[in-house]
Design a protein around this ligand. Sequence first.
Ligand SMILES: *Cc1c(COP(=O)(O)O)cnc(C)c1O
Length: 355
Amino acid sequence: MPEAVLQQAAAEMLDWHDAQGRSSGMSVMEMSHRGKEFIGIYEQAHNDLRELLAVPANFKILFMQGGGLAENAIVPLNLSQGGAMDFVLTGSWSQKSQKEAAKYGVARVAASAQADGFTTLPSPATWQIGADSRYVHICGNETIHGVEYQELPDLKALGCNAPLVVDFSSHVASRSVDWSRIGLAFGGAQKNLGPAGLTLVIVREDLIGQAHPHCPSAFDYKLVADNESMYNTPPTYSIYIAGLVFQWLKKQGGIAAMEQRNIAKAQLLYDFLDHSSLYVNKVAKDCRSRMNVPFFLRDESRNEAFLAGAKAANLLQLKGHKSVGGMRASIYNAMPLEGVQVLVAYMREFEKTQA
Ligand SMILES: *Cc1c(COP(=O)(O)O)cnc(C)c1O
């Protein structure tokens, strides 16, 4: 989270003020989601997000709940009509999506990088997409394996008319988005946009309104869209905080400026890793994530000492996901370049002491 956002939230935790500085006399948590104060907060957040991500007019932005994992079921319930879907497996998250979707239809594997230990991206030209595919699912950034698409696949160029579904949970707002290649994108807010509890779905209008009869009403994109994300009570406080993050992003210069900053941050860390004799990143260079940088100590018996020293230097949450091991630096939007510089300085010092 950007510190400026946390400070503003703290300052108006008990009494929210509008843009003109007028007191509302209540916390955002105490507002009715149908009251004029919260509607104002919601509309501002919605419009800022549309502007930031340059979402075209024929896409709906839905503020939902349930997180990325719930969308693994909600997407097939809304788009598959019990038919076939194609999944590109590039790490833990796309694997999970495919497994969950198999409960609701035929979830095929179009390509998989599992044999490479999820360190590469299968070239779109090799994907086996069925002619009857309802949609093709990819995970734009594999948070655990540190693999990211540098360009979205162009399904039309592959002769495929099915819409592309992208899980962008862990890199939304970190780079520009080519909406002409996307049918639906979804993501939990907690990596790059705000607190847990808010789930973002951005979906092309023509894909709305085909939900399976067993789809829970609160998860039917048509009902959610027709009710401006207020079919049921939305996660109001998380929307408010995400709205503050959107304003912060605009002040930073928008997504183009964030993307440049994220490129510089990632380059600093990868350059250091690639020139080190102690640390190693195993992901192919053309698909390395700008957000999540997994790395290993060549001498894994030093892992605990590395983490203890990092903690003493206030460098936190560096332990890799348990399914992969090693280390992982998550350098989301809110992490400044200075934070990565401090990390690299610590890693360089630690390496020296190991000689
Ligand atoms: C974190 C994450 C999820 C899971 O989100 P939840 O909100 O925990 O359900 C899904 N996909 C990706 C790519 C993630 O990074």
